[in-house]
Design a protein around this ligand. Structure first.
Ligand SMILES: NC(=O)c1ccc[n+]([C@@H]2O[C@H](COP(=O)([O-])OP(=O)(O)OC[C@H]3O[C@@H](n4cnc5c(N)ncnc54)[C@H](OP(=O)(O)O)[C@@H]3O)[C@@H](O)[C@H]2O)c1
Length: 332
């Protein structure tokens, strides 16, 4: 089969397509024909050897995909050949086929096509866990989403509206601000959200780190909750000690005294590390799937690249051109 095997780290042009052996399912695994593969910001970090959840080199890049079951191991009980599934994996998404334990495969929402299936898990499920399981948002609360035009950001805006929240979001350009306004969020820039928001947020989904994180903690309402899921705003070069030091200083940190005096909370989330707790994942997934089906929510997809152009897909995201999701077609 064709796949993108990451064998050395570097710029997008290290992503070259190669021919690798087809996978075969063991007794409790499914063999899935991948229809589309999601590209995530974390893949860009993996490609640069900056992602802590990545396996050791070499491995097939890619954290999520949609597809159909084409074969099942003899002990598989809950899936049949032909079932449409969504997969969240530590590696293996940028390929034509993948095997996965049946306990880790998820049935695709009924109203999704395969492109939407590949655009869903890493973004919506992350936003959903942060909003409902960690911050426990309630109707009419004020939510601020940072990087609202990205994959996670657009998902969080849609979910916030579906849950009846008052949704506000930041983004890096005027063009994107107009887009997220159309999606149902009051838009701001990273520079002025803390000055311009007319109300204090009860919940903040934080993706940037650094100064954006610090100013976000300051504007949380009493009893407010901030969930940090990334630090996209922190860029550094391993060869430049000054940039490394600045990056280290920009990592989100909180003062216990500040939390205590202002009665607010800071939490961190990584959905990858949560995979080992099916008792958390399964019920949260069922609730999310039911909501997107009931409210007819569809992921915002910006562009589909052929798998052979994975390097162009990464460059596109580096250039901050995407509004919503970028996906790969492994059959082109
Ligand atoms: N913890 C978890 O479980 C988890 C799961 C999924 C994602 N995440 C994190 O959530 C964040 C968003 O992920 P995503 O997959 O939704 O990414 P995405 O679609 O690429 O969106 C990221 C957004 O960040 C902004 N950005 C700021 N600085 C950037 C830079 N130097 N390069 C590229 N974009 C930059 C861009 O929006 P503007 O141009 O508007 O600034 C971009 O649209 C990332 O930090 C990611 O690591 C965490």
């Amino acid at each position: 089969m064709k796949a993108i095997v990451l064998s050395k780290c570097g710029s997008p042009d290290v992503l070259q397509i190669s021919e690798v052996p087809d996978p075969h399912p063991t007794a409790n695994e499914l063999l899935v024909k991948i229809h589309y593969s999601g590209v995530n910001y974390a893949d860009l970090l993996s490609r640069q050897c900056r992602y802590s959840w990545a396996p050791k080199l070499p491995y097939i890049l890619g954290l999520e995909a949609s597809g159909e079951v084409i074969e099942k191991g003899k002990d598989v009980r809950n899936f049949e050949v032909g079932d449409r599934v969504i997969l969240g994996v530590q590696s293996g998404g940028y390929a034509q086929y993948i095997t996965i334990q049946e306990s880790l495969a998820l049935p695709m929402p009924n109203h999704f096509n395969f492109q939407e299936g590949a655009s869903f898990l890493a973004t919506y499920f992350t936003a959903w866990i942060a909003m409902t399981e960690m911050a426990r948002v309630r109707e009419k609360e004020v939510m601020l989403v940072h990087s609202g035009a990205g994959g996670v950001g657009t998902a969080a805006i849609q979910l916030g509206n579906a849950l009846g929240l008052d949704v506000h979001a930041t983004t890096g350009s005027e063009h994107k601000r107009q887009k997220i306004k159309n999606l149902g969020a009051e838009p701001y820039s990273y520079d002025d959200f803390d000055q311009k928001m007319p109300v204090k947020p009860n919940f903040i989904l934080e993706t940037m780190g650094g100064d954006v994180f610090k100013r976000s903690m300051k504007i949380l309402a009493p009893m407010g909750r901030l969930v940090s899921i990334g630090a996209t705003g922190i860029q550094y070069s391993k060869k430049n000690p000054i940039s490394l030091f600045k990056a280290w200083r920009a990592i989100p940190r909180v003062s216990f005294r500040d939390l205590l005096r202002n009665s607010k909370g800071f939490m961190g989330l990584h959905v990858g590390y949560l995979r080992k707790y099916p008792e958390i994942i399964r019920p949260a997934w069922e609730k999310l799937k039911a909501l997107v089906e009931e409210k007819d929510i569809h992921p915002v997809i910006h562009k589909v690249f052929p798998l052979s152009d994975a390097s162009k897909a990464h460059s596109f995201i580096h250039a901050r051109k995407n509004i919503g999701k970028v996906i790969l077609d492994p059959w082109k």
